[in-house]
Design a protein around this ligand. Structure first.
Ligand SMILES: [Zn+2]
Length: 212
């Protein structure tokens, strides 16, 4: 904690002044183009990864980058999506999973979660991913099953986003693009789902096309 408090001090002393104009301009409002949905994992830093500035990204984070289907769950995710689309008019939603995701590990080992009742209830929302991995990829080593679960979970969440009325309407009108990404933090690589080959491929910045 001390290191982080020291960080506030350094920010106020050395950084804020340099960018004060930018921060003051943001008082007028925010106009992010992207809703970025990702895991709470401390090893994934969206601003660092995309070199984003304040105002660039509207961010939704939780354990496992999960989006409950519309009408299910407590509604924080639904409210965030609705706000991003109806008020901020974001044009892109990225769901970004990441390597070594603890939530996906817990999902695959769901029989050992007696001490984590809230986590167990939450991860039930990703149960289709667990079943798919066990049925189709149960023969693979654990680390490969985990990588498949991370990818399949991102795709599952894009399906549940489509159940949200504000997203469904914009998708039908061609005003919203959905993107499925996986960030490998130990190499800095980002993989995006390409529906033409139905695979996650290294994200190439030049000529990048909305994925799904
Ligand atoms: Zn995670």
């Amino acid at each position: 904690m001390h290191k982080l408090l020291q960080g506030i001090h350094l920010f106020q002393r050395d950084v804020f002044g340099e960018h004060e104009e930018e921060f003051v301009r943001l008082v007028q409002g925010q106009h992010p183009e992207v809703l970025f949905i990702t895991c709470s994992d401390s090893r994934l830093n969206p601003d660092l990864l995309m070199q984003a500035r304040p105002g660039d990204l509207f961010v939704l984070r939780n354990a496992g980058n999960i989006v409950p289907p519309y009408g299910e769950g407590p509604g924080g995710e639904a409210a965030t999506i609705e706000f991003a689309l109806e008020l901020l008019m974001v044009q892109h939603i990225v769901v970004c999973g990441h390597s070594h995701c603890g939530a996906m590990q817990a999902l695959l080992r769901h029989e050992h979660q007696a001490a984590l009742p809230a986590t167990t209830r939450w991860l039930r929302l990703a149960d289709p991913t667990r079943r798919l991995v066990h049925e189709r990829y149960g023969h693979l080593p654990d680390d490969e099953q985990l990588n498949v679960a991370i990818q399949e979970n991102v795709l599952l969440q894009l399906d549940t986003i489509r159940t949200h009325p504000s997203a469904a309407r914009r998708l039908a009108e061609g005003r919203l693009n959905l993107h499925a990404w996986v960030y490998k933090f130990e190499t800095g690589e980002v993989f995006s789902f390409d529906p033409r080959v139905e695979q996650f491929l290294p994200l190439k910045v030049a000529g990048y096309r909305p994925s799904v």
